[in-house]
Design a protein around this ligand. Structure first.
Ligand code: NAI
Length: 251
């Protein structure tokens, strides 16, 4: 990743944060965009304190206007983009589809799916100028399997899977590779807020862990390792791939 400039959305927490730290440790300049600027800045500070290069950006990925400003800033300040991790996401409404607030469905689709489509538009534009680049979208096991009570989330992630494969086909001869990681349940703040308290409900925790043949949650660093691989030259002949990093959940 040496000398690469890589954008990570949702880089202030969980998988995005671990990815930013991992890529920075490999020599990348990391641009951390998050709706929570404080958390993005704190990750950027951690990188710079460790001798790396990082910048933090406030950006709500569900706003096209915010994204337009973000990519204009990146273009004018850095002049290029070698890699991008479209990772920001939320779990959104939980429960049977007919009981879910339509507004919540709409905002979930905006954050989890429309943002990935819009980000890829800006990223492909920038990367085409250099005839090279790599994009990794954060999908999910629920982008491959269905999930009762998470219909909107699962639909958004199936959309990310389709967008990844289709955009990869469009850019295959442009030197741009586009892939996705599909994590199982990962020990991040998102998981702790999705109806499961890791402290209070040990039975629910165990049941969810046991869905993974490896009988444990993933760690954010393990997802970051998959993302880092897909961004790197080691994956130079891989595009349109959905990489499961899920302890055997989807086989
Ligand atoms: P997290 O909640 O720890 O981190 C998500 C980050 O995205 C936060 O920093 C948050 O501020 C940011 N964010 C949320 N909405 C945003 C917006 N509108 N604009 C910009 N930033 C925004 O979550 P986690 O677990 O690290 O999730 C990252 C990605 O991984 C998501 O796309 C999620 O769907 C996916 N994923 C997570 C799994 C898990 O078990 N934690 C499993 C499978 C996929």
């Amino acid at each position: 990743m040496n000398d690469s400039i890589v954008l990570i959305t949702g880089g202030g927490s969980g998988i995005g944060k671990s990815t930013a730290l991992a890529l920075a440790a490999e020599g990348a300049t990391v641009l951390i965009a998050d709706v929570n600027l404080d958390s993005a800045q704190s990750v950027a500070d951690q990188v710079t304190e460790g001798g790396g290069t990082a910048a933090a950006y406030a950006c709500d990925v569900s706003s096209h206007e915010n994204l337009s400003q973000l990519f204009t800033s990146i273009d004018s300040h850095w002049g290029r983009l070698d890699g991008a991790v479209n990772n920001a996401g939320i779990t959104g409404p939980i429960g049977p589809l007919e009981s879910v607030d339509p507004e919540a469905i709409s905002s979930l689709i905006s954050v989890n799916l429309l943002s990935v489509l819009y980000c890829m538009q800006f990223e492909i534009d920038l990367m085409k100028r250099a005839s090279k680049g790599a994009i990794v979208n954060t999908c999910s096991i629920w982008g491959l399997n269905g999930s009762a009570n998470y219909v909107a989330y699962s639909a958004s992630k199936h959309g990310v899977a389709g967008a990844t494969k289709s955009a990869a086909l469009e850019t295959a001869t442009d030197g741009i590779r586009i892939n996705a990681v599909c994590p199982g349940f990962v020990r991040t703040p998102m998981n702790m807020q999705s109806g499961l308290s890791l402290d209070e409900d040990q039975a629910a925790l165990r049941a969810r862990e046991a869905l993974h043949p490896m009988d444990r949650f993933g760690e954010p660093e393990e997802i970051a390792a998959g993302i880092s691989f897909l961004l790197s030259e080691k994956a130079s002949f891989i595009t349109g791939h959905l990489l499961s990093v899920d302890g055997g959940f989807v086989v």
